[in-house]
Design a protein around this ligand. Structure first.
Ligand code: PMP
Length: 392
């Protein structure tokens, strides 16, 4: 059931181009770090030696050779994967859709950490779910507000079973929920009988190499985990996974099969081959270095261009792709997008990440794919647009 016909805001913006426009909009990884020679050799070998399998339909399972590669990734954040809890996806976007269709019933309410990734909210709406903000405080998603919200919604006759969270280097804010806060949220989820959907594309991209224990690690029975190769390898392979508790596996696997019949054997083969030759550490380190450098360039330029008396505030993220600027007096960022376009820079206004009209005062800047030498110029253009546009 389509309840919202708008495209997910981020999708058309990924490839937004224009004469001399520097895009800080689309959340694309920096594929310059990929060893393309190695990958093409491995792909050629895969097709030459096993093409009839690699290019055929395959079973709706994570390929046996890929299971240790996924387990290695999840173990880096204390999570757990094995052949028994994994379901393949074509990336977390499919995972979100599968979760919403398999675990939600049209008309149910899903609680959402806000501001939220628009691809997630679009997937939930498309599955006929109503969205409701879970409630935040200064430390992020707030367990006490969660309790109050769920009780109020249930008292009003709503069915509430799911909570969606993007806990580490969140899209769009770059914020990370602390481990104690995660534990408190899980306690509330157990009390309230809520399943937590943990969407974690950026967790391994901490600039200093540190990671944060997954919700899935803290309580595997209460959490459906969505993982993806898009940000630590390449989104073009369209490969990811769901790690689910035993009692939900059948329903999720059934819906995943309805959506895509089977994962791509070629993509899974390429990932498994890469892992067995090179492991993940070197590539992830290269991604981290690239993003740390870009983020530092952007944050330093913002410090220089928007001084302490600026109405705009932001925090340096510890990892991921995004920097979130907010207007202290709540001015609508859409107004600034037009001025920014005139100056030759683009970003995603906060309203795109809203489910309830909040967050219009935010502005998402993505640094992950901007050429290094253009970052300072992009911020200079942005600062000119922000400074010249009146707040009201
Ligand atoms: N979740 C979040 C929070 C994202 O930022 C993205 C991509 N921008 C996705 C899911 C979807 O990623 P993919 O389908 O490529 O795994």
């Amino acid at each position: 059931m389509w309840t919202d016909t708008r495209p997910a805001a981020e999708l058309p913006r990924l490839f937004e181009k224009g004469a001399d426009v520097i895009s800080l909009a689309g959340g694309l990884p920096d594929l310059d770090v990929l060893p393309l020679g190695d990958i093409s050799q491995q792909l050629a070998r895969l097709v030459r030696l096993g093409g009839k399998l690699a290019l055929q339909y395959t079973t709706p399972h994570v390929a046996k050779a890929l299971v240790p590669a996924v387990a290695d990734l999840m173990a880096r954040e204390d999570g757990h994967a094995d052949a028994g809890n994994l379901i393949p996806t074509s990336g977390s976007q499919m995972g979100l859709t599968a979760v919403a269709l398999a675990l939600g019933t049209p008309g149910d309410t899903i609680l959402v950490q806000t501001p939220a990734y628009p691809g997630a909210t679009a997937a939930f709406r498309t599955a006929g779910l109503d969205l409701h903000a879970a409630g935040e405080d200064a430390d992020g998603l707030c367990p006490q507000q969660l309790r109050t919200t769920v009780r109020e919604l249930r008292a009003a006759g709503r069915t509430v079973r799911l909570l969606y969270v993007n806990p580490t280097f969140q899209n769009p804010t770059g914020a990370t929920l602390s481990v104690p806060r995660r534990a408190e949220i899980l306690t509330a989820c157990r009390e309230l009988d809520l399943l937590l959907i943990e969407d974690n594309p950026y967790g391994l991209l901490g600039f200093d190499g540190t990671t944060t224990t997954l919700f899935q690690a803290l309580d595997p029975q209460q959490v459906v985990y969505l993982g993806t190769f898009s940000k630590i390898f390449a989104p073009g392979l369209r490969s990811g996974w769901i790690a689910a508790p035993e009692h939900l596996r059948y329903d999720l696997a059934r819906v995943a099969e309805i959506i895509s019949l089977s994962p791509s054997a070629l993509a899974q083969g390429a990932l498994a081959a890469y892992y067995s030759r090179s492991g993940w550490t070197e590539l992830i380190d290269r991604y981290r270095d690239s993003y740390r450098e870009r983020c530092t360039l952007m944050a330093d330029a913002l410090d220089a261009e928007l001084g302490a008396d600026s109405p705009w505030t932001w925090q340096r993220p510890g990892g991921g792709f995004y920097l979130w600027l907010r207007h202290r007096d709540g001015a609508d960022a859409t107004r600034y997008a037009q001025a920014a376009a005139a100056h030759g820079v683009s970003f995603v206004p906060g309203g795109h990440f809203s489910i309830d009209g909040e967050h219009n005062d935010g502005l998402r800047l993505c640094f992950s794919n901007v050429p290094r030498k253009k970052i300072t110029e992009a911020v200079t253009r942005l600062a000119a647009a922000l400074t010249e546009t009146p707040a009201v």
